[in-house]
Design a protein. Structure first.
Length: 583
């Protein structure tokens, strides 16, 4: 069956190609549709099957034209208009746009002017000095392309969590629907909620292994079978590789533990086991204290666990360690000492401080965003549109006067809302760590998020000074996406996370976990470092439309990778405590 993720990917491709073709406005509509389709709670293909056209058109951002394309794709497996665009613009878009500063529009131009289709073509053109000759480009653009080619090539292999996880959910739903499947779970980096994913690993317990393998490779969503054998199969779904392993129920827990990783966690855990006369592998936990040669085979000694994962840890006298913590950053020692954190969950979240509306580059009104927040049961909700400043292009950013106008409207919407609406702004941390807002504006606002949008190539010392200075600024409540990284596109600021965490702790500034799957900034190890300094964090979605309030899922799991407990996260606090913090 066609998944929502697959449909979303088609519309994103549509948007890219239209943009490459020089079409205006339409790409944005397609992107919006893609986000809403991806976030839709049930399979849209079901609506096509039941002929419920109205339900499809009811999805935010999906009108008559896009609904027709959804139907066409579900029924025929392709969209004619998209095929025509692909033929007209045969560009390796995903590869080429991974270069910072090269978007679909630029890619389209380079194709038309120089015939650039691949990264190799691009490299050749840049090295021959052809790019600087194209109208609108110059030596600087050309140099930028040369500087970033290497990065684009190496990161190209990994998928964003936000793209891979919805697919993993579909894989699980499919496997669960098979009669022979007793248990199934995802493993690997996706179960640890890493920001980027090499491949999706899935695991099934069954007594009918070959049946399950056969049914899996025959799944409608599979584009290619890479390999298959009696115990495992690898397939490609869209751009993502899915590895399935099929085990007998008695060994499901040990296999799950093993294939969840990380490798470093497993190595440490195995050593921990050896010190206690135990042997640990994908087939079980074995007591080998009475055995002369524990390495004589895979299943030697007395088998004490393997059916459940919790049993594996229990066999070592340890409580279960949440998958997000399995990175060999002290979790085994914490488990041994009974000091594992009680991790924050999605249900603990009471609000969001960083969201956008059409006042800057968001897609909708303050009212619509607030309603969407209320539907999620939040207690408070911050609108933080862009202030004008470095890194914010054109008319998008708000001037001080416009901010004051917007605050009035936010207050008016807040008066009728079911939750507390916080008037905020996303200010710009300039190259020196300052923000540019008048005292009057600062006084009027409830929450000031300050983010870096420019000068992201500073050296580590300058960048650290800059972020420390921002963290010390009493006007700033939340330091937004501190590094400014864009996954698979740019690495962002390199800075001393501990030093910034210390400054934030001393000056009561929260550091943001930006939940946008392209950012996830702070990331797990950075969260852990700032929490050790005692700084609070805020998990924000940076939503530009209602559907992406669901990005909170990625942010929460990222915070969990950093050992965050509810008390560490400002937006789990009640309104009174939040007010006090923001004051
Ligand atoms: P990825 O796919 O690159 O995002 O990362 P993972 O962690 O999903 O790695 P993957 O798919 O190669 O393997 C899944 C898990 O299997 C990995 O996290 C740990 C386990 N594993 C795989 N190979 C080895 C190995 O050689 N030694 C150990 N100890 N564990 C391994
Ligand atoms: Ca994997
Ligand atoms: Ca794998
Ligand atoms: Zn933002």
């Amino acid at each position: 069956m066609t998944t929502n993720a697959e449909l979303a990917a088609r519309f994103e491709e549509f948007a890219d190609l239209l943009e490459a073709d020089g079409v205006e406005y339409k790409p944005r509509a397609y992107r919006r549709a893609a986000e809403n389709v991806r976030a839709h709670p049930s399979p849209i293909a079901d609506r096509v099957d039941t002929g419920d056209r109205a339900a499809i058109e009811n999805i935010d951002g999906v009108g008559d034209a896009i609904a027709s394309k959804i139907v066409e794709y579900v029924e025929t497996g392709s969209i004619e208009e998209l095929e025509e665009l692909r033929a007209e613009l045969p560009i390796d878009m995903a590869d080429i746009t991974r270069i910072e500063g090269v978007g679909p529009k630029t890619a389209g131009k380079l194709y038309r002017e120089l015939g650039v289709e691949t990264l190799d073509d691009l490299e050749a053109a840049a090295e021959a000095g052809e790019i600087q000759e194209v109208k609108g480009f110059g030596p600087k653009t050309e140099q930028n392309i040369l500087d970033n080619l290497e990065f684009a090539r190496t990161v190209g292999q990994r998928q964003l969590l936000g793209e891979a996880r919805p697919l993993a959910d579909d894989v699980l739903a499919f496997l669960e629907s098979l009669e022979a499947v007793e248990r199934c779970e995802v493993a690997g980096s996706i179960r640890r909620w890493r920001a980027t994913i090499g491949d999706v690993d899935a695991l099934v317990a069954t007594d009918a292994r070959e049946d399950v393998i056969d049914q899996f490779v025959a799944w409608d969503s599979v584009d290619d079978e890479i390999e298959s054998g009696p115990e495992k199969a690898s397939v490609r779904v869209g751009e993502i590789r899915v590895d399935l392993r099929v085990v007998v129920p008695e060994e499901f827990g040990s296999a799950l533990q093993y294939f969840t990783g990380s490798k470093d966690h497993n190595v440490s855990l195995r050593n921990y086991a050896i010190e206690r006369g135990m042997k640990l592998n994908e087939y079980g936990a074995f007591d080998v204290s009475e055995i002369d040669d524990p390495d004589a085979g895979q299943r030697v000694g007395e088998r004490v666990a393997g059916e459940t994962e919790a049993g594996m840890y229990d066999a070592l006298g340890l409580p279960s360690i949440p998958p997000e913590l399995r990175e060999d950053r002290g979790e085994i020692e914490a488990a041994e000492n009974g000091e594992l954190p009680a991790l924050v969950t999605r249900d603990d979240i009471r609000g969001d401080f960083h969201t956008h509306t059409e006042w800057s580059d968001g897609n909708t009104t303050i009212e619509t965003m607030v309603e969407a927040a209320a539907e999620r049961g939040y207690d408070y909700f911050g609108i933080a549109d862009h202030a004008e400043g470095p890194g914010i292009v054109g008319e998008m950013g708000l001037s001080d006067t416009e901010i004051l106008e917007q605050v009035e409207e936010i207050r008016a919407v807040g008066d009728d809302a079911e939750l507390e609406v916080l008037a905020g702004i996303e200010a710009n941390v300039d190259a020196d760590g300052e923000i540019d807002l008048s005292d009057e504006v600062i006084d009027e606002l409830d929450v000031i998020v300050a983010s870096t949008h420019s000068a992201l190539d500073q050296d580590a010392e300058t960048a650290t000074d800059r972020l420390v200075r921002a963290a010390e600024n009493p006007a700033i409540d939340v330091l937004g996406h501190p590094s400014g990284r864009l996954l698979n596109q740019r690495s962002g600021l390199d800075y001393d996370v501990t030093a910034v965490g210390r400054a934030a702790a001393e000056h009561d500034t929260a550091l943001e976990v930006n939940s946008d799957p392209r950012r996830l900034d702070l990331w797990g190890s950075a969260v852990q470092a700032v929490l050790e300094e005692g700084a609070p964090i805020a998990i924000d979605t940076d939503s530009h439309q209602p559907a992406t309030l669901e990005y909170m899922r990625w942010g929460v799991h990222t915070a969990r990778r950093g050992w965050a407990e509810p008390a560490d996260v400002v937006n789990t606090w009640d309104l009174a405590a939040v007010r006090e913090f923001l004051h």
